[in-house]
Design a protein around this ligand. Structure first.
Ligand code: TXA
Ligand code: MG
Length: 354
């Protein structure tokens, strides 16, 4: 199967194509579509066979649940047991937008969609193309990120085509996404809301609205025996083919250390890549250097992260060194993804020099 690729923009939506996409979804087929975070691989969330097809197309373990996408607030009640007051407040403030909330599921949602769990993750995306497709499909679209399992999430339709072009019916090309990192996930199945995956909506933004919100302990100490509650967060993920290491410490020392590592690798016959910023790129004379964005505009770093990781897969590098990006707002989300891509390999310059 070769996916039909249909291009459109939010300002010039091809309604006929979205009606066709909706029909494919209603018939149990798969359609990839843009959202404000990353591209999603959509299937009818209420159809167990469609969910099975999603897992097969991605090569995703079947215990890793899917997010159900809605495009109308009234669609929430039928698929959950109860919506806690605090979740209503978040919905009011952040939906439609890059926020996913987890609730006890109703019987309408098949266990195939939730990876066997009795809870369901729900997201109401703000992208108008996504919204129209979801409505055309009947209101409930299960959509993981539209990448092959383990690869960086797709931020353009070309990325989707690379990974899934031969496995699905249709790809809707709405141009590059806005944010570039997946939605923030908040779990409402416990007494205190818990962030299971950091995203554009930060812990601080949630706390400002709700007061007490916690970070999943499995995210805070990824090396300990506490596992992340979101099954998807436990896998090595977003991983480039080359060996990625994050180099941490004062900027000058990080630059010197990376230059040194690259020289040593080259002496050993290895090609190395470097993930730099606009502020530092001119300081790396050797190796394959890619700019991820500017520290002055941290959203550019979030936006380009997956694209940069994918680009390195097309270069002949066997090692990649990245600066660390603990930026004020999105740093938590950026570093969460970068650490997973690096399999948590961090070289701490300060510590090494002590
Ligand atoms: O921004 C996004 O959320 C994108 C776009 C396409 O909407 N979707 C996305 O889906 O990132 P996916 O499947 O790549 O990631 C879903 C994450 C996984 O880590 C999964 O384990 C977790 O959500 N998840 C889903 N349902 C859950 C549940 N009931 N309990 C705990 N974690 C859940
Ligand atoms: Mg994913």
């Amino acid at each position: 199967m070769k996916a039909e690729i249909v291009a459109m923009t939010a300002d010039a939506i091809d309604h006929a194509a979205l009606a066709r996409g909706g029909e494919i979804l209603k018939q149990g087929g798969l359609v990839a579509f843009p959202t404000e975070t990353v591209y999603g691989l959509g299937g009818n969330a209420l159809d167990p066979m469609a969910s099975k097809k999603i897992y097969a197309a991605k090569g995703r373990p079947s215990d890793n649940p899917l997010i159900v996408h809605i495009a109308d607030l009234n669609a929430l009640a039928p698929i959950v047991k109860e919506v806690p007051e605090k979740a209503k407040i978040l919905a009011e403030k952040f939906w439609p937008g890059p926020l996913t909330m987890i609730f006890e599921k109703s019987d309408l949602v098949p266990l195939e969609t939730t990876g066997g769990l009795n809870s369901v993750a729900v997201r109401f995306p703000s992208d108008p193309i996504a919204a129209e497709l979801i409505l055309q499909a009947g209101g409930y679209v299960a959509a993981p990120s539209a990448n092959t399992s383990g690869r960086p999430s797709p931020t353009t339709a070309q990325h989707v085509e690379e990974d899934l072009g031969d496995a699905i019916e249709m790809i809707i090309d709405g141009g590059p996404v806005g944010i570039g990192l997946e939605s923030t996930i908040v779990d409402f199945t416990e007494d205190v809301p818990v962030v299971l995956r950091p995203g554009y909506i930060s812990l601080e933004m949630l706390q400002e609205v709700l007061g007490d919100v916690r970070m999943d302990k499995g995210l805070i100490k990824p090396d300990s025996k506490v596992h992340p509650k979101a099954p998807g967060m436990k896998y090595r993920h977003y991983a480039p083919k080359a060996d990625l290491a994050i180099v941490e410490g004062p900027t000058e020392e990080v630059i010197n250390a990376i230059n040194q590592f690259v020289k040593e690798d080259q002496a050993n016959g290895l090609q190395a890549g470097i993930i730099a910023t606009e502020e530092t790129i001119s300081r790396y004379p050797c190796g394959t250097v890619k700019c991820i964005g500017s520290r002055e505009a941290e959203e550019t770093i979030a936006h380009n992260l997956y694209e940069v990781l994918r680009k390195f897969d097309q270069c002949q590098v066997s090692k990649i060194y990245s600066e660390a990006f603990y930026t004020p707002k999105m740093g938590q989300a950026i570093m969460n993804r970068l650490l997973k891509a690096a399999g948590h390999k961090i070289i701490n310059i300060r510590r090494e020099e002590q």
